[in-house]
Each structure stands twice: as C-alpha cells, then as structure tokens.
Design a protein around this ligand. Structure first.
Ligand code: AMP
Length: 132
C-alpha cells in the first residue's frame, strides 16, 4: 500500500484540501510554495500514464477546481502543474503557485511551515472550494 493510500484511508495524517469519490487533494509536506498541493486518484496506480483515460481526465478536472481555489488564497501569477513521481509510487499532480519559472524548480530547498500555518492554508483552500 502506498503512503498516499494510507493518507486517503486516514492511517497517516495530512492537511486535506478536497476529496470526492475518486480523487483526493492535500498539501505537500515539503512545499515549494505556500499552497503547494498534491492531487491524486484514490485508486492506487504508480505511473500517471498508466491511469485509465477517464481517470486521467477526471484527475485533471478535479485539479482544475483545486487550482482555482488555491489562486484565491495565495498571491501568484499562475498555478503551475508538475508531475514527477520519482519518490512516491502513487500517481499525483503537483499544483504550485508560481510567479516565475524558478518557483517550480524541484531542486530548490523546500519551505517550512508550522502545523497551524499548514492547517490555515488547507482550510482557506477548502473554504474557497465551498464558494465555487
Ligand atoms: P514525487 O514522487 O517525486 O513527485 O515526490 C513526492 C512528493 O510527495 C514530494 O513533494 C513530497 O514532499 C510529497 N510527500 C511525501 N510524503 C508526503 C506526506 N506524507 N504528506 C504530504 N506530502 C508528502
């Protein structure tokens, strides 16, 4: 079972942002920016391009809603998206607020936030989703 499946099941804590029947979103614990969010399919598949066509399309549409909400919470030019997948073998899309290309450079040092900062960010995004 992947660490992300454990998160979906609630066996490992996370800062949840959104969930529906098939998809789940939560804050990346080692973020490149405030609001850096991971969007995942609940069905555990390692490689994003092994997802079924409808699952991949649904993941992107779910990510779109989350990105629009993040934009309202974090000041940025765009929400950048990235797929790396070298660390966790459970397909996921990174949504990252960016102002310049360097903001989505995964080789940069990650940011540190307190638990309450993470919680506040997740709650703010969740609230925006509720307003959509
Ligand atoms: P990658 O598979 O290369 O896309 O990287 C996996 C991403 O998942 C990294 O950005 C990690 O910071 C993030 N990550 C790993 N474990 C957790 C966790 N328990 N909660 C939140 N994010 C995580």
């Amino acid at each position: 079972m992947s660490i992300f499946t454990k998160i979906i099941k609630g066996e490992i804590p996370c800062y949840k942002v959104a969930e529906d029947k098939d998809y789940f979103a939560f804050l990346d614990i080692n973020p490149l920016a405030k609001g850096h969010t991971l969007v995942i399919p609940k069905r555990e598949t390692d490689y994003i391009f092994d997802l079924h066509d409808n699952e991949l399309a649904g993941l992107m549409i779910f990510a779109k809603k989350i990105a629009k909400a993040i934009e309202k919470v974090v000041t940025c030019k765009r929400i950048g998206i990235a797929v790396i997948g070298l660390e966790v073998p459970h397909a996921h899309i990174h949504l990252i607020p960016i102002d310049k290309v360097q903001d989505i450079d995964f080789s940069r040092p990650k940011l540190r936030f307190t638990e309450s900062e993470f919680r506040e960010t997740a709650e703010a995004i969740m609230k925006e989703l509720g307003n959509q």
